[in-house]
Design a protein around this ligand. Structure first.
Ligand SMILES: [Zn+2]
Length: 259
C-alpha cells in the first residue's frame, strides 16, 4: 500500500512538472529584430539610422544577446513550436535582415558565425549580385555559402521590392511566386517565409501570399513579441536603430517581451 502511495506521489510530481513546462512554453514570447544594411556613418553620404547600422554596433548587439542568454532561432523552429508544440530553447529570439545587402555577407555573417547565432535574411531576388545604389547586394553564390554554413536562412522579400498594394493581381502573384522559386533554386532549401517590402500588405496581399505557399508572413515596425496562437501572417518585428547601444537594445527587447 505504501509503495503504491509513493508511486502515486511520484506520478503526480511528474504530471505537475510536465504541466508547468507546458504552460511555461505557452507563455513563451519571441521578439524578432529587424536589421537592414551594415554601414558606418559618414558625413558625406545620406545615413538613414533605421536602415544602416555600424558594424561595431552590430557586433556589440550580438555579444549582448549571447551574454544575456538569448538563443536565436529559425522560422522553421518557430513554425514547429506553433503547429506541433515542439519546445523552443531558453530565451528564444529571431535576428532578421531585409533586402540582402552585401554588407550582411561581409560584416554580419562572420560575427554570427563566430558566435554560432542563427539569422534570417529576406532577399529581393532580382537584385542578387547587383549594385544599383551605394549599397550593393550579395550574390546567389554568397547566399548559398551562408545557407550551407547552417547559420543563415534565406527567405523572400519579393522579386523587385515594389510596394505590393500598388501591384495588379497578376503582378503580385508573379512577385510572390518567382521570388519563392528563385530562393529555393539557389539555396536548395524551402522558401516558406515572406517579408513584404516596407512591411506594407492589406488583406488582398496576405491572401495572395498564402495562396503562393508562404506559411509565415512578416511585417515591419509593429511593437511587441510573438506568442503561440498569434497570426502567422502578421509577425511582429522590431526595427533596430543605428544609435542604439547594446544596453538600449536590451531594454527595448525586455519592454517588447511583455507587449
Ligand atoms: Zn526592404
Amino acid at each position: 500500500m505504501r509503495k503504491i502511495f509513493s508511486l502515486f506521489i511520484v506520478l503526480n510530481l511528474i504530471l505537475v512538472s510536465v504541466g508547468v513546462q507546458a504552460s511555461a512554453q505557452d507563455a513563451v514570447s519571441v521578439p524578432i529584430l529587424l536589421y537592414h544594411n551594415i554601414a558606418d556613418y559618414t558625413p558625406d553620404a545620406p545615413y538613414d539610422r533605421s536602415l544602416n547600422i555600424p558594424a561595431k554596433t552590430f557586433e556589440q548587439h550580438m555579444r549582448m544577446l549571447k551574454n544575456e542568454g538569448y538563443t536565436p532561432i529559425t522560422y522553421e523552429m518557430y513554425y514547429a513550436y506553433e503547429t506541433q508544440g515542439t519546445p523552443l530553447p531558453e530565451k528564444p529570439i529571431m535576428i532578421t535582415f531585409d533586402d540582402g545587402y552585401l554588407s550582411n555577407y561581409l560584416y554580419a555573417y562572420p560575427v554570427l558565425k563566430s558566435l554560432g547565432m542563427k539569422a534570417t535574411i529576406f532577399v529581393i531576388t532580382d537584385r542578387r549580385g547587383k549594385a544599383l545604389s551605394i549599397n550593393p547586394h550579395f550574390s546567389w553564390n554568397q547566399a548559398r555559402e551562408m545557407v550551407d554554413s547552417g547559420i543563415i536562412d534565406i527567405q523572400s522579400h519579393t522579386h523587385s521590392h515594389q510596394v505590393s498594394t500598388t501591384l495588379s493581381d497578376d503582378a503580385l502573384a508573379y512577385e510572390l511566386a518567382i521570388s519563392k522559386r528563385l530562393v529555393e533554386l539557389h539555396t536548395g532549401k524551402k522558401c516558406n517565409v515572406l517579408a513584404f517590402p516596407n512591411g506594407i500588405a492589406e488583406a488582398r496581399e496576405l491572401a495572395a501570399a498564402k495562396k503562393a505557399g508562404y506559411k509565415i508572413i512578416n511585417l515591419v515596425g509593429e511593437v511587441g513579441s510573438n506568442r503561440k496562437g498569434d497570426d502567422l501572417a502578421t509577425m511582429k518585428r522590431i526595427t533596430v536603430f543605428a544609435d542604439w547601444t547594446s544596453y538600449n537594445l536590451k531594454q527595448v527587447i525586455e519592454k517588447n517581451l511583455v507587449l
